[in-house]
Design a protein around this ligand. Sequence first.
Ligand code: 13P
Length: 288
Amino acid sequence: MLVSAEEMLKKAKAGKYAVGQFNINNLEWTKAILLTAQELNSPVILGVSEGAGKYMAGYKTVVGMVNGMLEELNITVPVALHLDHGSYDGCMKCIEAGFSSVMFDGSHYPIEENIAKTTELINITREKGMSLEAEVGSIGGEEDGVVGKGECADPNECKSIADLGVTMLAAGIGNIHGKYPANWEGLSFETLDAIQQLTGEMPLVLHGGTGIPEDMIKKAISLGVAKINVNTECQLAFAAATRGYVEAGKDLEGKGFDPRKLLAPGFEAIKATVKEKMELFGSVGKAC
Ligand code: 13P
């Protein structure tokens, strides 16, 4: 059964480790992540962006697929199904479809409007026993043409949103989505430290987990990050493994064109990436 991310993140924050949010794109992705979490006895959060939700034929399809896998694959570790960077409408749709967690990304609104919309969603998600992630200070990315330092959140604004009673808080600390440019200045630990001082026990979320050096990940966890989002790294691993298979001409050998064979190296590559991240984040063996 899907669970809210609240308990797993409270434990992570107290135990000084982080739970990985791995974004899903299709059945292979979902199965690879769930099986790895089970093998490593780790809690896990499956992230679904609005675009990926649409691609997978809608939120209800996603809920059906994930719930089916939990049962048929005997997944017993805590799993949260979470909307990533949701709009207000997207959150409402996922709440109705059976997600166990949503992120409302109100970072592009003026802070007053972010507060008002986040408050409404707190009331709705609380009633349903779901977790809610809010965001302060937008997180850049290549797709937005941002190639420099990601934005840093105002720690006081973070406190205002945390005090509303959200479950977890994403704050920009110089992180960006996608691959980091060569001239990236790194995470702003000064900002993270200031945010944690003001928000106390609130589990903090680090977006843009792809390509952040290991020492920075560890330091971020020591400063209160309890959830780390990874998306691009699984995509790169999947693409490289699939490319290797095709370039080696394996799809032309025997029944190598069978999708169950063609997609197998990519599936294994996702499993290896997720394992590496869970080990780095310290969530292995923490599912109970
Ligand atoms: P990356 O694609 O950079 O790993 O970021 C993932 C993310 O933050 C999803 O919200």
